[in-house]
Design a protein around this ligand. Structure first.
Ligand code: NDP
Length: 325
């Protein structure tokens, strides 16, 4: 059968995205075919597009989506046609009307969660989960620093961190985003062009510095983030929105009083079905209780994915974004 999908045949800017008709095979053993109803936009999609994260060309794009199971392959009994599901994972092919995916990685969507919310929140919500519960497990009373606090991951992580009892200091680039960050859980908000960000963080923490920094900006903020940490603090460097972090000497960590640095990726924390489903239970619990709200602030037709990439990279988006097939 045929379906339509965004494909790239070369790396480059948003202009390399092409909306094409492609052949889709029947689902193989262990697979299910999903008809997408909403597709999550993520910054990682831009890294696949530019080649910062290697993908074999030609390639699809997109790492999370929600939809309806249309057909299942041999040996699949965890899911059935008609089920409403969401998934995150590889291969990156979520920017499509339909696709096949490993059936045992499809997560049923709770009734109270819409398809848009599910697609907008799974990858980002599970990222917030492992950042706050695994990379540096936040404790009641900890002060933490969170970059891009009004963005996709940032909006969810700030709400969840506050729910866990942290004092959340968010960093954003505009006054409009600052307002949003405050309503989404940040106790304090600093502007990203502040000329002394570590100094401002110290002022807010009685001179001590924060227990952990969650830094998705990368190159532009790495050393400011280290300087904002308390002794033995943890730097969680989890993204490259401004470019990858340059190589640095471990002596930089000694100089700043025995710091720790980790560079995690989501898929290492949800590598088995058991770990994936356990994480989803925690995610849908905070969503269900209302502790964390998924804000879908932008919607684009799938065919206009290139414009969505332009806006994401130009820092024009807030919260989550979905592409609609
Ligand atoms: P966001 O919605 O957060 O968008 C990125 C934000 O980063 C922008 O809105 C902007 O916020 C900020 N930013 C700072 N500097 C730049 C820059 N030079 N160019 C563009 N944006 C900049 O995206 P996502 O929620 O999809 O992802 C957030 C980050 O988390 C990304 O870096 C992504 O790679 C990372 N990530 C990592 C994962 C992992 O497991 N390691 C998993 C999921 C996401 P502002 O204008 O307020 O500065």
């Amino acid at each position: 059968m045929k379906t339509r999908a965004i494909r790239i045949h070369e790396h480059g800017g948003p202009e390399v995205l092409r909306f094409e008709t492609v052949e889709l095979a029947e689902p193989g053993p262990g697979e299910a075919r999903i008809r997408h109803t909403a597709i999550g936009l993520n910054f990682i999609d831009t890294y696949h597009r530019t080649g910062l994260y290697p993908v074999e060309l030609p390639s699809g794009l997109g790492s999370e989506a929600a939809g309806i199971v249309e057909a299942v392959g041999a040996g699949v009994d965890s899911i059935a046609p008609g089920d409403r599901v969401v998934y995150t994972g590889r291969p990156a092919d979520a920017y499509s009307e339909q696709r096949n995916f490993a059936a045992d990685r499809l997560v049923p969507i709770p009734d109270a969660v819409s398809d848009e919310q599910a697609a907008a929140g799974l990858l980002k919500g599970l990222t917030a989960w492992y950042l706050l519960k695994r990379s540096y497990p936040v404790r009641d009373g900890d002060a933490i620093l969170l970059h891009a606090a009004a963005g996709g991951v940032g909006s969810l992580a700030s709400q969840w961190a506050r729910h866990l009892g942290a004092t959340v200091i968010g960093v954003v680039s505009t006054e409009q985003k600052a307002g949003l960050a405050r309503t989404q859980g940040c106790h304090h908000v600093l502007m990203s062009d502040h000329d002394d960000l570590p100094g401002a963080v110290r002022e807010l923490t009685g001179g001590e510095g924060v227990a952990a920094v969650y830094d998705s900006v990368g190159r532009d903020t790495f050393f400011d983030s280290l300087d904002a940490l308390r002794p033995h603090g943890v730097m969680v460097s989890f993204g490259n929105a401004s470019g990858p972090v340059d190589p640095f000497s471990p002596a930089e960590l000694a100089k700043r009083h025995s710091l720790y640095v980790t560079r995690p990726i989501l898929f290492d924390f949800i590598d088995t079905r058991e770990r994936l489903f356990a994480a989803c239970d925690e995610w849908f619990e905070v969503v269900g209780s209302g502790a964390v709200k998924i804000c879908v602030n932008q919607r684009y037709p799938l065919a206009e994915a290139a414009q969505a990439h332009r806006d994401l990279e130009a820092r024009k988006t807030t919260g989550s974004t979905v592409l609609l097939p």
